[in-house]
Design a protein around this ligand. Structure first.
Ligand SMILES: Nc1ncnc2c1ncn2[C@@H]1O[C@H](COP(=O)(O)OP(=O)(O)OP(=O)(O)O)[C@@H](O)[C@H]1O
Ligand SMILES: [Mg+2]
Length: 296
């Protein structure tokens, strides 16, 4: 049986008048259903370009070479028309900034229900019911009352939850989350990470979680892939990477990593009083206190 995802000798190059950038330089990676892979690496190491290439979303002047097989079918070189079915339905993606994924002029409910009517062929009333159900599933309280609210009426953490709802509502086989919590404060971050984790174990989808934060990688993944300058320099079970890093770059990453952050508790706020993200919504996310106290 073919793997859920099989990337072979993937090379992505950007060439312009300013010169040539080899963003991805010969990546090989395979994943099965239900696996949770964290892709870690410094800024510019090629994580986002790699993630986007899985959806055929590498913008010109980017050139993709090599092979990406999703369920045995080649993605590299496929037409926009073919990719439309893979995007969202096969492989879903949540971006760093929730505003990228939402249209400010339409209500949250209409954007969610339209996604389901257009992509899943549901009727209007089915789409609406599904939207409310999925809003509740990602922790938006009084979902039916908030159905007609616009993106700006939700906090950053809530908007990110809505983007996650939109992605997982289509039941993708793989969810790519590219730094989905970087723009959020730490208290909100923990809630989103937990949400992604629990949705992943409920649905059995594969997860590719891009982050530069090893603590986050440890929370969400069973396997870690370390990227450096466009290549995978180390790969292995998450705990093994933490205990026995082999590559000098991984060792350097770990040395710079706050040793205190080992469990979910370390990502939680210290007092219990700042439960902002799971509240009934509203714009309260800005008031949380920082929770990670680094004592190296
Ligand atoms: N459209 C583009 N045109 C030219 N170069 C690009 C383009 N997109 C990405 N690159 C280059 O590809 C390389 C990898 O970028 P990428 O965004 O994947 O890094 P990253 O690991 O996601 O970094 P970060 O952690 O900052 O998000 C970088 O050198 C970047 O400048
Ligand atoms: Mg990136």
């Amino acid at each position: 049986m073919s793997k859920l995802l099989e990337i072979s000798d993937l090379r992505i190059t950007f060439e312009s008048g300013f010169g040539k950038v080899d963003a991805v330089r010969g990546v090989n990676l395979a994943m099965d259903m239900g696996e949770a892979i964290a892709v870690v690496g410094a800024s510019g190491s090629g994580k986002t370009v790699l993630g986007r290439s899985l959806l055929g979303l590498v913008d010109a002047p980017g050139v993709v070479r090599g092979s990406i097989k999703f369920g045995g079918a080649e993605i590299v070189g496929r037409s926009e028309h073919d990719l439309r079915d893979i995007r969202g339905l096969g492989i879903g993606m949540v971006f760093q900034d929730a505003l990228d994924g939402l249209n400010p002029v339409y209500s949250i409910g209409s954007q969610l229900s339209e996604t389901f009517t257009v992509r899943l062929g549901m009727s209007h009333s089915q789409g609406k019911a599904r939207a409310i159900q999925i809003m509740e599933q990602v922790g938006i309280r009084r979902a039916s009352e908030r159905y007609n609210d616009y993106p700006h009426q939700f906090s950053g953490g809530m908007r990110q939850r809505i983007c996650i709802a939109m992605a997982i509502g289509l039941k993708p086989k793989i969810l790519i989350a590219d730094e989905p919590t970087t723009a959020l404060d730490v208290t909100v971050q923990a809630g989103i990470l937990r949400l992604i984790k629990s949705l992943q174990s409920e649905t059995g989808m594969g997860l590719i979680f891009v982050t530069h934060d090893l603590a986050v990688a440890r929370m969400v993944s069973t396997r870690i892939v370390v990227m450096y300058a466009g290549q995978i320099v180390e790969e292995g079970p998450t705990e093994e990477i933490f205990r026995f890093p082999k590559h000098p770059y991984t060792k350097a990453l770990l040395a710079a990593h706050p040793a205190r952050v080992r469990t979910w508790r370390d990502l939680e706020p210290i007092p219990d009083a700042f439960v902002t993200d799971s509240s009934s919504g509203g714009d309260s996310a800005g008031h949380a206190t920082p929770s990670i106290v680094v004592t190296n």
